[in-house]
Write a protein that binds this ligand. Structure first.
Ligand SMILES: O=C(O)CCC(=O)C(=O)O
Ligand SMILES: [Fe+2]
Length: 272
C-alpha cells in the first residue's frame, strides 16, 4: 500500500518513483523483452542488462525503427505481458488511480541508443496529444537508468504553469527554444531496475539525445480509473474503444451497466 507521504509526494511533484511490490512480474517483462530483442542475433550477452546496455552494437542505426516497431507488435500480441505490466504497478495504481482500471491498448517500448537523434521526444505534455488528465503514465525501465541524458526529464507542477503558458500562448517560439530557456527547471530522473516511475501527463517531460555510452530500454503505458471521464476536452481518438481497454471491471459495474442497457432497450427482466 502507498503511504501518506508517497501519495502527497505524487500530488506535490506530479510524479513518484517507487520499487515494485511484484518483482517477479517485472522480471517477466524484462525476460520477455530480452527474448524478443535477442531473437536472430548472434553472441548476445546472457546477462540481460549487459545486452540492453550494449544493444547499439548489435543493431545498425537505420534498422532501429523497424526493430522497435516489430518488438512493440510482438509485445502487444501477448495478453500475459499486459498482466505482468499491471501487476508490476498494481500497488501504485491502487494508491493513485483505483482498482477498476482502463489500460492503454498499446504498451510502448523506448529504445534510446547513444547519439541517436531520430528517437527523441522533445519536451511535451501528453495532454497536448489529447491524453486524459485522469490518467498516469507508468514508465518501467528494464535496467538501471542514470540521472543523465540516459533517462527522461520532467519539471515540477510549479514551473509547469509558466512553461505551459509560454507553449500555449506564444506564437513563434519553438519547443526547443522554450525548453532551452527553462532547461534548469527540468531534472533527469534516476530510476533503478525494479523501480517504477509514474507521472501525470499534464507535467512537461521528454528526452534529449542520449549522450552516454549505454542504450536505455524502457516501457510506458497509461492507466486511468475505468469510470473517470473520457474525451475531456474534445473528441479525440484517445478514448475507449480506440486508446484504452477496460482492464479491471468489478461485478457491480457490470451489473449496473447491464441494467442501464436493458432498461434503455426496454427489455429489463430483473436479471443481473
Ligand atoms: O521515455 C521517454 O524518454 C519519454 C516517454 C514519454 O514521453 C511518455 O511516456 O509519455
Ligand atoms: Fe510523454
Amino acid at each position: 500500500m502507498l503511504n501518506k507521504k508517497e501519495i502527497s509526494s505524487f500530488q506535490k511533484n506530479g510524479y513518484l518513483v517507487k520499487k515494485t511490490s511484484d518483482l517477479k512480474s517485472l522480471n517477466n517483462l524484462q525476460d520477455f523483452i530480452y527474448k524478443i530483442l535477442s531473437k536472430d542475433k548472434k553472441n548476445v550477452p546472457k546477462d540481460k542488462i549487459k545486452y540492453f546496455e550494449t544493444l547499439h552494437s548489435f543493431i545498425k542505426k537505420k534498422e532501429l525503427n523497424n526493430f522497435r516497431v516489430s518488438a512493440i507488435t510482438n509485445v502487444n500480441k501477448n495478453k500475459k505481458f499486459r498482466d505482468y505490466y499491471y501487476n508490476s504497478a498494481k500497488e501504485i495504481l491502487d494508491g493513485l488511480v483505483g482498482n477498476e482500471i482502463a489500460m492503454q491498448k498499446k504498451i510502448n517500448l523506448s529504445i534510446q541508443i547513444p547519439n541517436d537523434n531520430k528517437s527523441m521526444l522533445p519536451m511535451h505534455s501528453d495532454i497536448y496529444a489529447g491524453e486524459s488528465p485522469f490518467e498516469v503514465v507508468v514508465w518501467i525501465p528494464l535496467m538501471n537508468v542514470k540521472k543523465s541524458t540516459h533517462s527522461m526529464f520532467i519539471t515540477n507542477p510549479k514551473d509547469n504553469i509558466k512553461i505551459n503558458k509560454e507553449i500555449t500562448k506564444s506564437k513563434n517560439k519553438t519547443i526547443i527554444k522554450i525548453y532551452n530557456k527553462y532547461k534548469k527547471k527540468f531534472k533527469f530522473l534516476k530510476i533503478n531496475y525494479g523501480e517504477i516511475l509514474v507521472f501525470s501527463p499534464i507535467i512537461q517531460h521528454g528526452n534529449v539525445i542520449n549522450t552516454t555510452k549505454e542504450t536505455r530500454i524502457s516501457l510506458n503505458c497509461r492507466f486511468k480509473s475505468l469510470l473517470s471521464p473520457y474525451d475531456v476536452f474534445s473528441k479525440t481518438h484517445r478514448n475507449i474503444p480506440h486508446f484504452f481497454q477496460p482492464y479491471i471491471v468489478k461485478p457491480l459495474t457490470k451489473i449496473g451497466f447491464n441494467f442501464i442497457e436493458s432498461v434503455n432497450k426496454k427489455k429489463f427482466h430483473g436479471s443481473l
